[in-house]
Design a protein around this ligand. Structure first.
Ligand code: NAI
Ligand code: 2PC
Length: 310
């Protein structure tokens, strides 16, 4: 559990995939502490590029505790014809907060993949049922890979089931990961019996239906970051306990939250701080939209480790 302005209770780890977890827990807790947490993070600006089904997101943040100032620029494009280009591309600019000097320009695509998966892992640590044997991943892109990596490192699932809109991509995924993954022919088959579910698709209409979800399961809803996009149906949204990264962002950007009218129970940072309970015996949804402060602490970690080795 993290104190605002303090360290998390997790041990610092040397496992590279897990290094992000303690600073992210602290950042989530600080973000949810209001002004005394020292996080300044306006709602991101998103510029639609309608002609090409694309978006440019501008994500600035400052963390007083870390004394770190960044902005990420991220583009994300739907239905791309050219599959050699990733659907999400990002760059993080790290500034010296004392004078505004640009200190580093860091690839943000890997940071986005890793920090998003690490935040889902934090939510899962708190919200998964006591017995969690089966993991289900819907989607087989960049985020599916980063989530698979950290979830199989951190938790002990007996089975990982994966579904993707095109089966071929799910099969490529299953062959490329370092561990087992069972390809399913339908999303329903993948979801049935799963204790933890991750949705990481570019879907704009629901791909996960409440009637399929095992009672008590935990869902990390990572895609659908536009107010008119959905990954989850009304049933699962309304009949689960809903956690979000940021209330303000969820009520502005998340189609799953806005269109279902589901009530937000808590921010993940409030759970990390211990001011809101983790109702892990209930069916839970963590609606992740991605926060600039996550990029700030991840970029600082990258920069500090690069500086100390040079
Ligand atoms: N919450 C957060 O912090 C972040 C969320 N995201 C979101 O996570 C999701 C996955 O991102 P990436 O893995 O980078 O994308 P990706 O393009 O690498 O993978 C997307 C996957 O979704 C599948 N897909 C595409 N359209 C679909 C549809 N209509 N229905 C079902 N499946 C469909 C594709 O086959 C592919 O496997 C996106 O929605 C993205 O915006 C991405 C970064 C951060
Ligand atoms: O946090 C992030 O970088 C993003 N969230 C949705 C698309 C990109």
């Amino acid at each position: 559990m993290a104190e605002p302005n303090g360290r998390t209770g997790l041990n610092r780890t040397t496992e590279p995939k897990l290094l992000l977890i303690p600073p992210l827990e602290t950042a989530l807790a600080n973000f949810s502490s209001g002004p005394e947490g020292g996080v300044v993070q306006p709602l991101r600006t998103v510029v639609p590029v309608e002609k090409y089904n694309g978006f440019l997101g501008v994500m600035p943040a400052y963390s007083a505790v870390d004394d770190a100032l960044t902005t990420k620029l991220v583009t994300f494009y739907e239905n791309m014809k050219d599959t050699s280009v990733p659907s999400h591309q990002a760059t993080v600019f790290l500034f010296d907060p004392r004078n505004g000097t640009l200190k580093a320009v860091i690839d943000g695509t890997v940071i986005t993949a890793k920090r998003t998966a690490a935040v889902s892992a934090i939510a899962t640590k708190f919200l998964k049922p006591a017995v969690a044997d089966v993991l289900c991943i819907l989607g087989a892109g960049v985020q599916a890979h980063s989530h698979y990596e950290i979830f199989t490192e951190l938790f002990s699932f007996k089975e990982v089931k994966i579904w993707n809109r095109s089966r071929e991509k799910a099969e490529t995924f299953a062959q490329s990961v370092k561990g087992p993954a069972q390809v399913c022919s339908s999303a329903q088959e993948a979801v049935t019996g799963a204790d933890v579910i991750i949705t990481v698709t570019m879907a704009t209409t629901p791909i996960l239906f409440g009637s399929w979800v095992k009672s008590g399961a935990h869902i990390n809803a990572v895609g659908a970051s536009r107010p008119d996009w959905r990954e989850l149906d009304d049933d699962v949204m309304r009949n689960s306990v809903l956690y979000v990264d940021s209330r303000e962002a969820a009520l502005t950007e998340s189609g799953d939250v806005i269109l279902s009218g589901a009530e937000i129970f808590a921010e993940l940072g409030e759970v990390v701080k211990g001011t809101k309970p983790a109702l892990s015996e209930k069916t839970t949804v963590f609606k992740s939209l991605g926060m600039a402060i996550e990029d700030t602490v991840a970029a600082k970690l990258v920069f500090d480790s690069w500086s100390s080795s040079n």
